[in-house]
Design a protein around this ligand. Structure first.
Ligand SMILES: Nc1ncnc2c1ncn2[C@@H]1O[C@H](COP(=O)(O)OP(=O)(O)OP(=O)(O)O)[C@@H](O)[C@H]1O
Ligand SMILES: [Mg+2]
Length: 394
């Protein structure tokens, strides 16, 4: 991208008088038009500003990534105004004039949109080497980050799986031995009440240890999906019933808000049921008998990075299911950890509930996002593709 094109400074030496800006009247010179076409056709977001902080150029991809709607008044308006709803982006762009060294590759997170954006900044200089503006090139990295995160999780699970299989192998036999021998001893000391009760404890603890080993093996085993047309309403209904058996519901008010036109999705009914059972169990546990849980669903389409979506490929239709509770929320410092296997804040928790949810959602090529503020409730958003006709499922 040439750094001193006319798009940043019409009055710069070298700009032809005919190169009037199209949005400010007059017909642009062919060169100017060509440069604008380059910028508009780019699969990166491009936003250029003048030295006075007004917007010189912003392409469609920039609007898409920032989730903004183009307004004819944007060109010429202060960039801080145009990016009012995206303070993270505004701050990054402001760095173009403030920093002594411009980052070659940096990232910011658009908090409102939960999007990760990778960007580079360049200063625009005119023929006299005067700084006349700045330009930011950027890319939506959300999908790339998700894929990397999924890869990392798979690697972690693979090594964890090997370890778990080894431990399970070593533990299963001695545990079975303890259980059998405690049973034999029980018969030999049938006249001692104390010994009977101690042996009963030993047997039940051995059983518990065995159950943990089995659960761990279950978790690390690769998922095989039995994909069929699955009605979300049936899945949610079963999940509510199951969660009620796992945690105390008390006076919690639960509302399910499903539009009537939600289509059946291609998924594994049993596994999806487990997803919502685990989320609802956590919500019941967080609420401790008081509060509200809302489940809402809607239909949408993936708004993917055009660099990932092949040309001509339409966005994937998806369903979005939000499970929100009015509980205490997840503290900021824990939000990165709650999906880690065995992470728990509960005395009786195994910390496998959410990792299993993530694993199942991943296998459906969906995603799970957490929106939580300590003290302000928790919302888990599950996004699932409606159809597997694209061959996305393994
Ligand atoms: N709805 C929620 N509100 C507040 N914190 C939550 C919520 N859901 C999950 N958490 C936090 O995330 C942690 C991990 O959850 P996860 O379901 O993986 O394990 P667990 O519930 O602790 O144990 P398990 O589900 O295996 O019995 C929880 O211990 C809790 O701190
Ligand atoms: Mg749980």
């Amino acid at each position: 991208m040439p750094e001193n094109t006319n798009l940043s400074d019409d009055s710069a030496p070298g700009s032809t008088p005919a190169a009037a800006h199209p949005l400010r009247g007059g017909s642009p010179a062919p060169d100017d038009r060509f440069f604008r076409h380059i910028v508009d056709s780019m699969r990166n977001g491009v936003m250029a500003i003048r030295r006075d902080g007004t917007v010189a150029q912003m392409n469609d991809e920039a609007y898409r990534i920032f989730g903004l709607v183009r307004d004819a008044g944007d060109i010429g308006a202060p960039f801080t105004e145009v990016l009012r709803e995206r303070p993270d982006a505004s701050r990054a762009l402001a760095g173009a004039f403030e920093l002594s060294f411009l980052p070659n590759r940096a990232e910011f997170r658009l908090k409102g949109l939960d999007r990760v954006v990778g960007y580079t900044l360049s200063r625009v200089r005119d023929d006299g080497d005067e700084i006349v503006g700045a330009v930011m090139f950027f890319k939506d990295l959300t999908r790339v980050e998700q894929l990397e995160e999924r890869e990392r999780l798979r690697d972690r699970l693979a090594s964890l799986g090997e370890m778990a299989a080894g431990i399970a192998h070593e533990l299963k036999n001695p545990l079975a031995g303890i259980e059998v021998m405690a049973g034999l001893l029980r018969r030999q000391v049938s006249d001692s009440k104390d010994a009977q009760s101690l042996l009963a404890d030993i047997i039940s603890e051995a059983k518990l240890a065995n159950a943990i080993v089995v659960e761990m093996l279950e978790f690390v085993r690769p998922i095989r999906l039995q994909v069929e047309q699955t009605e979300l309403s049936a899945v949610l209904h079963q999940a509510v019933t199951l969660a009620e058996t796992k945690a105390k519901r008390g006076d919690v008010v639960l509302t399910v808000n499903l539009p009537t036109d939600i289509p059946a999705i291609d998924g594994d009914e049993h596994q999806l049921c487990q997803v919502f059972t685990n989320l609802l169990t956590n919500a019941f546990e967080a609420l401790d008998g008081h509060g509200t849980i809302d489940i809402t669903a809607s239909v949408g389409a993936t708004d993917e990075d055009p660099a990932v979506v092949r040309e001509g490929q339409s966005p994937t239709p998806i369903v979005i299911v939000d499970v929100s509770d009015s509980g205490p929320g997840v503290p900021d410092e824990l939000t990165d950890r709650i999906f880690n296997p065995f992470f728990t804040t509960k005395p009786q928790g195994s910390g496998l509930g959410l990792p299993i949810v993530r694993k199942i959602v991943d296998a459906h090529d969906g995603r799970i996002d957490l929106n939580s503020c300590a003290g302000g409730g928790t919302r888990f958003r599950i996004t699932l593709p409606i159809s597997n006709s694209t061959g996305w499922f393994r």
